[in-house]
Design a protein around this ligand. Structure first.
Ligand code: 1PR
Length: 551
């Protein structure tokens, strides 16, 4: 490989291409974007076809931009093609996601949706890609013992590709098997995102770029467990402190100011470190995802000046796991009067390196209006517009509920739980009230109303905070988490209260949550992400342990 070798990358303007660009740059390749068939497809020697979101959206773009025949001709010429995510799906004849939209048809089968009756859909997280038949050679650096980052609702079945002579690497989601990757001749494709799969993913990309079909660094395989891992997420609340520096902070029940008696420290915004440095540290410690929340986003500033954009750009150069950004994802008006839609705000974040956006206050207001209209969708909310363009998996709703005790379920019209955490006046019931603006304003909406409405509006995941537990180090609110899990089919990230590895074990064992998030315990250096992973592994939970940090 020479440092100047060029890779052509199809740019159909879907999702986050910056991470792929950063991964290719890290591996020493130059990128040539192919936006139209005349952008150098003829001289391309290696072509990557990334795509996220909706099958119909991506494949229709192939049709309308005139790529269909040139792409078929490219493949027929024997030059190397790698599809990623919807880039893999596009090789198929079609998908039940978009009836009537014809894929490239190189594999004559149709994709189908995962069964969501027993598990969360989309399938989000780290899963295997194990080559069949067992014992077959590795292809393009894919390792049995590695985990790769997937995010999709539709899956390719194994039967037709295997019958037609493809080498297939399979993933297993609660017993439902699907194509994790496949290869035949000059065509290779992964359902997972190699550019978001840490070292394991970079290894696959590099092997493909080097044309190294049969990897020579095969390792003895021990203790392989196929299946989706439990995700451990590090979350960074970011804001400007009183000195004007952008810092990672952390509140106690959302109050981020020091309570120290010392006059000098008293009342200042807690400064727990620099956002990009901390994100890199957590990546290296094994965080499965990193989330940034701009917690003062309700204050208006021009979108282009939003400091989070620079943080994302810098972080995505060195952090190769999914990045979520929250705070201020809504229709907005810049101080100069320019109107910017939530979709444009989100697009700006995706172009800067984000994989998902997290919506807080705007989701609550949209849910209220949804109920006022008699549960009618308009197609115009931030959740709906972003999800339509980038897929549900790119839309997280961050929920900031507060526990309200009641003596009896009849004392409120809201959904209550019978709680083991008895209230101050011996109340045995509680409901969870939604808030906006970082907990500053409480609304007449309960958490179950919110999560069920946003699932209908296109949210692909719930980040479930709990103001009462936030920053307390006392563990997650297990009752709240299970209540929300029971109400939705989309994945849930448990948040607020983590103080030690035991709390992560507890939330994974006592609830069916898909992921758990920690903040303060990591920022204060009390525990590393790797301590949590090791503890979970010791207790028999399936987590991603990517200890080798060298490619
Ligand atoms: O409403 O769409 O602009 O989004 C604002 C976002 O900022 C929301 O996601 C909201 O949760 C977040 N936010 C606003 N104010 C605060 C605050 O703390 N004052 N942070 C805040 C919420 C949630 C987690 C937190 C966990 C775990 N923080 O990041 O860190 O609770 O903490 P722990 O493990 O230390 O207990 P919009």
């Amino acid at each position: 490989m020479t440092a100047t070798m060029t890779v052509h990358v199809l740019d159909l303007e879907s999702g986050n291409l910056r991470s792929l660009y950063n991964a290719l740059t890290k591996l020493g390749y130059a990128v040539k974007w192919v936006k139209t068939p005349s952008d150098g497809l003829e001289e391309a020697e290696i072509l990557l076809f990334p795509g996220v979101g909706n099958f119909g959206h991506v494949v229709t773009a192939l049709h309308t931009k005139g790529f269909l025949e040139p792409l078929k001709a490219y493949i027929a010429s024997g030059r190397r093609l790698m599809g990623i995510c919807v880039g893999l799906q596009a090789l198929f004849a079609g998908s039940t996601e978009s009836p009537g939209v014809e894929g490239l048809g190189i594999i004559n089968a149709e994709l189908e949706k995962f069964d969501d009756s027993t598990k969360s859909v989309p399938h989000i997280g780290w899963n295997s890609a194990s080559i069949v038949p067992e014992g077959a050679s590795e292809i393009y650096g894919l390792r049995e013992q590695s985990k790769y980052y997937y995010v999709h609702s539709y899956r390719a079945g194994l039967e037709v590709p295997i019958r037609d002579g493809w080498t297939v690497a399979i993933g297993d989601y609660n017993g439902e098997k699907f194509v994790g990757a496949l290869q035949k001749g000059n065509v290779f494709a992964t359902q997972f995102h190699p550019e978001k799969s840490g070292v394991a993913g970079l290894r696959v990309l590099r092997a493909f770029l080097q044309g190294d079909l049969y990897s020579t660094d095969s390792m003895t395989v021990t203790d392989i467990s196929n299946g989706l891992t439990k995700r451990v997420i590090a979350c960074l609340d970011v804001r400007t402190n009183d000195e004007g520096d952008l810092v990672v902070t952390k509140g106690d029940q959302y109050d981020v100011r020091e309570k120290s008696a010392s006059a000098r420290a008293g009342g200042k915004v807690r400064n727990l470190g620099k956002p990009v440095e901390l994100a890199e540290r957590y990546y290296l410690e094994g965080a499965d995802e990193v989330t940034f929340l701009n917690i003062t986003s309700f204050r208006n500033c021009p979108l282009v000046d939003t400091p989070m954009l620079e943080i994302l750009r810098k972080t995505s150069e060195t952090v190769f796991v999914p990045l979520t950004i929250g705070g201020g994802i809504r229709d907005m008006v810049d101080p100069d009067g320019t109107k910017i839609s939530a979709l444009e705000v989100a697009s700006t974040y995706f172009r800067s390196g984000a994989d998902k956006v997290s919506i807080g206050s705007d989701a609550v207001l949209s849910a209220e209006q949804f109920y006022e209209r008699g549960e009618v969708l308009t197609g115009e909310t931030a959740m709906e517009t972003i999800s339509r363009s980038y897929g549900a998996q790119a839309v997280v709703v961050s929920v900031d509920p507060k526990r309200i005790y009641v003596a009896s379920p009849d004392d409120t019209k809201h959904h209550v739980i019978k709680t083991s955490r008895i209230g101050p006046n011996d109340e045995q019931y509680a409901w969870y009230q939604c808030t906006i603006k970082g907990g500053r304003e409480a609304r007449d909406l309960d958490v179950i109303q919110l999560v069920t409405a946003v699932e209908k509006m296109g949210a692909g995941e719930i980040m479930l905070n709990c103001i009462d537990n936030d920053g307390t180090n006392s563990g997650f609110d297990l009752e709240l988490i299970q209540d929300v899990k029971n109400a939705v089919h989309i994945p849930v990230i448990a948040s607020s209260g983590a103080g030690c590895p035991v709390h992560f074990l507890e939330v994974f064992e006592k609830t069916t949550t898909d992921a758990a998030l920690g903040a303060g315990m990591f920022h204060r250096g009390e525990y590393k992400v790797s301590d949590v992973k090791e503890y979970l592994t010791e207790h028999g939970l399936l987590v991603r342990n990517e200890s080798e940090l060298i490619l």
